[in-house]
Design a protein around this ligand. Sequence first.
Ligand SMILES: Cc1ncc(COP(=O)(O)O)c(C=O)c1O
Length: 382
Amino acid sequence: MTGKPNLRTDSLVVAAGRPPRRTGAPVNPPVVLSSTYIGVDTPGAEDLLYARYDTESWRPLEDAIGALEGSTRRALAYGSGMAAISAALALVRNGTTLVMPRHSYNVALVAARAHAEQRDLTLVEVDIADTAEVQAALEVTDSPTLWLESPTNPMLEIADIPALVSATRERGGLVIADNTFATPLGQQPLALGVHVVVHSVTKYLAGHSDVVMGAAVTDDPDLWSRLKTHRDVHGAVPGPWEAWLALRGLRTLALRVQRSQQSALDLAQRLEEHPAALEVRHPGLASHPQHERAAAQMTGFGSIITLRPHGGAAAAAAIAGAVELWVPGTSLGGVESLIERRRRLPSEPVTVPEDLLRLSVGIEDVEDLAEDLLAALEASQR
Ligand SMILES: Cc1ncc(COP(=O)(O)O)c(C=O)c1O
């Protein structure tokens, strides 16, 4: 990885996953296009065998993401965030309860509901910000699994992670956290006692909306092996080019996150004061219901804002249709700012308001972003 241990995360994004230092060695890892490796019949050999199991193209990225999340083990890379989520959901034992935020990423909820239907598993969907409600759900069976997404997508609810981790651990349970929104720079779930972290690398980690990839991180050797076996058997692996692109994107994560978070808070404050805004949410706003909780457990408030304009779903759709710099579309975490009325997606929970726009703030000049958005917001009111 790097000769210098204990680097801060802003340095790790740059330094982790580099090839060993020797004269004439490349500064960046190579892309290796080979499905198989030369191997002799040597029992116990640790060499690379076949590119569904392990490749030198994944390793640098896996080392970097593992180190960023504070694990002593490398991350496991997957072909998408959903592949990592599917591997993590397979850790949930039969005969137990899975407690999940009712506003988790909607496809993660679809996957969890399929597990509950097909297996001996009780799924309880909760308001993750309501600690008493979550604690009650954790008491339904022994060894519950708590799925955390904090902030949630798209409602931006914040869970009391330390309290919920200790309630789950007291019952011999497992805690899995989707850390996509916060990034390891904004939140360190393993340090808060979470067992497994999953990521949609597609979003902030890769950061340029040109790669679909996922990752899972754990420091627990047994959980790591079970996740690895799931990947070996189900085969949801990334390609070498994707891993290389994701690592290249990761190198600027600290700068991108710093810029987009600063712009997000600035825009949220301006929107909140605008008469055309019915409701504005961002964890960094003092008006956010869990602002204090976010400040206590996060080191950044993230770059997502939700906006509900006056005029309902029609006004929201008009705003997404009128912006010229913001890009109307799904996804988040790229250098470009994205805007989407979430309920246009049929799988989005009906408790997400019809008029809710999710804004993913990128790294453009904040004044240009504000001018474009406010012009569209004002036009939607005429
Ligand atoms: C919070 C969150 N987790 C997971 C995913 C799924 O990731 P992917 O699209 O890479 O499969 C998404 C995608 O939007 C997401 O927003």
